[in-house]
Design a binder for this molecule. Structure first.
Ligand code: GP9
Ligand code: MN
Length: 413
C-alpha cells in the first residue's frame, strides 16, 4: 500500500551514501565494459597451485585497478541472471526462482536505461540462446538496446566446449560488435567456459587439474585459468583497437563455482576446515574496476554486487540519489560495511552471521549471538523491502520529474 512506498523512500534516503568528491565523475563520458566472470570466486586470485598462478592475468590487472577483496555475490536460484539483476538494479533477487523469469514485465530503472537516458548506447553480449534465463524479454525491461546472442556469433564444433562458444572466441568475435557500437557505450560481456562441469580440451589446459577427491574442483582450476587467458587476450585487443583508453573496465564474479558439496576437497586446497564461516567467506567474488590514468588500489570494504550500480553511476558523474537502491557507492566515505546475502547471512566489518551463528571475523570462532542481533533485523528488513518492490511492481509508481524519481500521486490498493 501507500505507506509501503513511503517506507521504501525513507529507507532509501536513510541508506544513501553521498559520492566521494575525488571520484564522482572521474570517468564521465567513458565507455563502460562490464564483464561477468562465470563461477569465479575470490579465493582463486593470487593463489598458486603446484607453483603456478591460477589467474596470472587478473593478478597483474588488479595491480593497476581498484580491486575489492571483500566483495560478495548475493545470488539465489537465478544464478547468472540473478547477478545481472542485482548488478543493474541494486535490488536483491528473490529467495526462490529467478526474477528474470518471474518478474520480467516489471518496471525497473536499471543501469542500461539510466545510461541510455544519459546518451549511452547499451548492449549485452553473450553467445547463448537469447531466451536462456528469459534474457531476451528481461533485457527490454532493463533498457538494453541490443542483445548480441548466439545468432550474432559464428559458433561451430571447433570453437565450442561445454556450454558453447569458448571464451577466447567469444571475446575475439565480440570486438567486431564493439567496433560497430556508437560511443559512449555500456556493454556487458557474459563469459561461459568456466561453467560446471568445467570441461576443457587438452590444448586449452594451461594448468594441471588438481588431484583432490572432487573431480569438479579439480577441473575447475584449469577452466578458471583458461578464462584468465581469454581476459588477457581481450584486454590486448581492446588496446589494439584503441578502445581501452576511453573505457572503464568492470569485472565481477557472478556467483560461486564450487558448492558446499565439495567442502572436503576445498578444505584440502585451502588447508583449513570449511566451516559455515569459511563457506560464507568463500562467497566472495572478484570485483575489479579499471579506470584509465588511475593507479591501482586494493580496497577491503565489505561490499557486494548490490553496490555496483551506484558505484558505476557516480564514477560516470550521474547522481544515484533519487534512485531506489539497496547498495551504495563503494568510493563513498559514508559506505556502511554491511552486506546481506540472499539466504539472510550477512557480513559486517567484525562479524559473519550464517546458519543462525554469529562468528568473529578475525578468527572464525562462534561468539555470542547478541553481537549479531541488531543486524539480523536489518538484514531481514532489507530483503523484505526489496521483495515487496518486486512482488508489487512498485517502481511503476515512481516517475522521473526533472531528472528526479518521484512517487506518482495515485491511490493504491
Ligand atoms: C547461461 C549462462 C550460465 O547463459 O549465463 O548460467 P548459470 O547456469 O551460471 O546461471
Ligand atoms: Mn553463472
Amino acid at each position: 500500500d501507500g505507506s509501503k512506498l513511503t517506507d521504501i523512500v525513507n529507507y532509501n534516503a536513510a541508506n544513501y551514501a553521498a559520492p566521494n568528491k575525488d571520484m564522482f565523475g572521474i570517468a564521465k563520458g567513458k565507455n563502460v565494459i562490464l564483464i561477468s566472470l562465470e563461477s569465479t570466486q575470490s579465493f582463486l586470485v593470487n593463489r598458486e597451485v603446484n607453483g603456478k598462478e591460477i589467474t596470472p592475468f587478473l593478478n597483474d590487472f588488479i595491480k593497476e585497478s581498484y580491486y575489492f577483496n571483500n566483495f560478495y555475490h548475493q545470488t539465489g536460484q537465478g544464478k547468472t541472471s540473478d547477478s545481472e539483476f542485482i548488478v543493474e538494479n541494486s535490488l536483491y533477487p528473490l529467495s526462490r526462482g529467478a526474477v528474470f523469469f518471474t518478474h520480467s514485465g516489471n518496471e525497473y530503472h536499471a543501469t542500461p536505461e539510466i545510461l541510455n537516458e544519459n546518451g549511452y548506447y547499451t548492449a549485452s553480449l553473450h553467445a547463448n540462446n537469447k531466451s536462456f534465463w528469459n534474457r531476451d524479454i528481461m533485457y527490454q525491461s532493463l533498457g538494453y538496446q541490443r542483445f548480441y546472442e548466439i545468432e550474432d556469433y559464428d559458433v561451430k564444433e571447433e570453437n565450442s566446449i561445454g556450454w558453447g562458444l569458448k571464451d577466447v572466441d567469444f571475446f575475439e568475435q565480440s570486438i567486431q560488435h564493439l567496433k560497430e557500437m556508437p560511443q559512449p557505450f555500456y556493454s556487458k560481456f557474459i563469459t561461459l567456459t568456466n561453467h560446471f562441469p568445467f570441461v576443457l580440451e587438452k590444448e586449452d589446459k594451461f594448468i594441471e587439474p588438481l588431484t583432490t577427491g572432487s573431480k569438479t574442483l579439480n577441473n575447475y582450476i584449469p577452466t578458471v585459468r583458461y578464462q584468465d587467458e581469454a581476459l588477457k587476450k581481450f584486454i590486448q585487443q581492446l588496446k589494439e583497437e584503441g578502445i581501452y583508453d576511453n573505457s572503464i573496465i568492470v569485472m565481477y564474479g557472478d556467483h560461486n563455482g564450487i558448492s558446499e558439496n565439495h567442502n572436503k576437497a576445498m578444505g584440502e586446497l585451502l588447508e583449513e576446515e570449511v566451516t559455515p564461516f569459511v563457506s560464507t567467506q568463500l562467497q566472495r567474488v572478484p570485483f575489479v574496476i579499471h579506470i584509465p590514468g588511475e593507479k591501482g588500489k586494493t580496497i577491503s570494504t565489505v561490499s557486494g554486487q548490490i553496490d555496483i550500480k551506484p558505484t558505476i553511476l557516480h564514477l560516470l558523474g550521474i547522481n544515484a540519489k533519487n534512485d531506489i537502491q539497496f547498495g551504495s557507492d563503494l568510493f563513498s566515505k559514508e559506505k556502511k560495511e554491511f552486506t546481506v546475502l540472499r539466504d539472510g547471512s550477512f557480513i559486517t566489518k567484525d562479524y559473519v552471521y550464517t546458519k543462525e551463528i554469529c562468528y568473529d571475523k578475525k578468527d572464525g570462532n562462534p561468539v555470542e549471538k547478541d553481537l549479531c542481533t541488531p543486524y539480523i533485523e536489518q538484514a531481514n528488513e532489507e530483503l523484505d523491502i526489496s521483495d515487496s518492490i518486486i512482488y508489487g511492481d512498485l517502481l511503476r509508481f515512481y516517475k522521473m520529474n526533472d531528472g528526479r524519481l518521484e512517487i506518482e500521486d495515485i491511490e493504491m490498493e
